[in-house]
Ligand binder design. Structure first.
Ligand SMILES: Nc1ncnc2c1ncn2[C@@H]1O[C@H](COP(=O)(O)OP(=O)(O)OP(=O)(O)O)[C@@H](O)[C@H]1O
Ligand SMILES: [Mg+2]
Length: 232
């Protein structure tokens, strides 16, 4: 589905990503990305979704080199993203926002997205006035419009309680399986990641540290030293 090959990004003298290699397998899998602050997780999503050009390396999506394709091209071809900070417009109602994106992408199956993210009760509320946890669900719903094949999410649990985050992740896991999508999720709540992801990648200081099943990653001495030890 997605191949990240020898990817590097520099911000001046900071190497945000340094030769990162990750393969994201196909449909039905939730792939978690964890690592300390500044590890390069958001930068990785920026490059994969086309918001930032890498200084080296390539992104291949379904076998095609998309490294130079625009954000809009990728979105139209099935790659969608939700953001670390919620991207919704505070003054529009939930329905207005969903409709806006749906019209833009020519997707008329909004009912499906509303149901799957359980937004039926807040459609006519202004986005800025609904609870934070619901805003995060709106954010994911916006990314689901157009039935993406690959969904990338940056800290969907940010600002949520541990319980809310776990619920969101359980929901995402079922969604990914039911729809046969692939999803990549960056998250600091490692309990939710280990409970729900099929594969986990750890980044540290712009480098790929490890990729494996949750149990392998949890037991990896280098991962414990670089991240989990300090988080526990
Ligand atoms: N626009 C920018 N200009 C300069 N440096 C940047 C910029 N964006 C990120 N960086 C630096 O690049 C590195 C990687 O940042 P990035 O935001 O990708 O990390 P992250 O893993 O998402 O961190 P967090 O867990 O805090 O969200 C950090 O050292 C950061 O300070
Ligand atoms: Mg980040």
């Amino acid at each position: 589905m997605l191949e990240i090959a020898n990817l590097s990004v520099s911000y001046g003298r900071v190497r945000a990503l340094d030769g990162v290699e990750i393969a994201i397998k196909g449909a039905g899998a939730l792939h978690g990305i964890i690592g300390p602050n500044g590890a390069g997780k958001s930068t990785l999503l920026d490059v994969v979704t086309g918001r930032r050009s890498p200084s080296g390396g390539a992104v291949r999506y379904r076998g095609k080199d998309v490294t130079r394709k625009s954000v809009a091209w990728r979105r139209r071809h099935g790659m969608a993203r939700s953001f670390q900070r919620t991207s919704i417009f505070q003054d529009l109602t939930v329905r207005e926002q969903l409709t806006l994106i749906a019209r833009h992408l020519g997707d008329d199956r909004l009912g499906d997205v509303i149901e799957v993210m359980n937004l039926g009760d807040c459609l006519d509320e202004k986005a800025g006035r609904i609870a934070y946890g619901v805003q995060r669900r709106v954010d994911v719903a916006l990314a689901l419009i157009g039935r993406p094949e690959l969904l990338l999410m940056d800290e969907p649990g940010a600002g949520l309680s541990a319980e809310e985050t776990l619920n969101l992740f359980l929901h995402l896991r079922d969604l990914v399986r039911d729809r046969g999508m692939a999803a990549v999720v960056v998250e600091h709540d490692v309990d939710a990641v280990f409970a729900c992801c099929d594969v986990v990648t750890v980044l540290d200081l712009g480098r790929h540290l490890a990729t494996g099943a949750p149990a392998e990653i949890r037991a990896d001495a280098r991962v414990i030293a670089a991240y989990l030890g300090s988080a526990a």
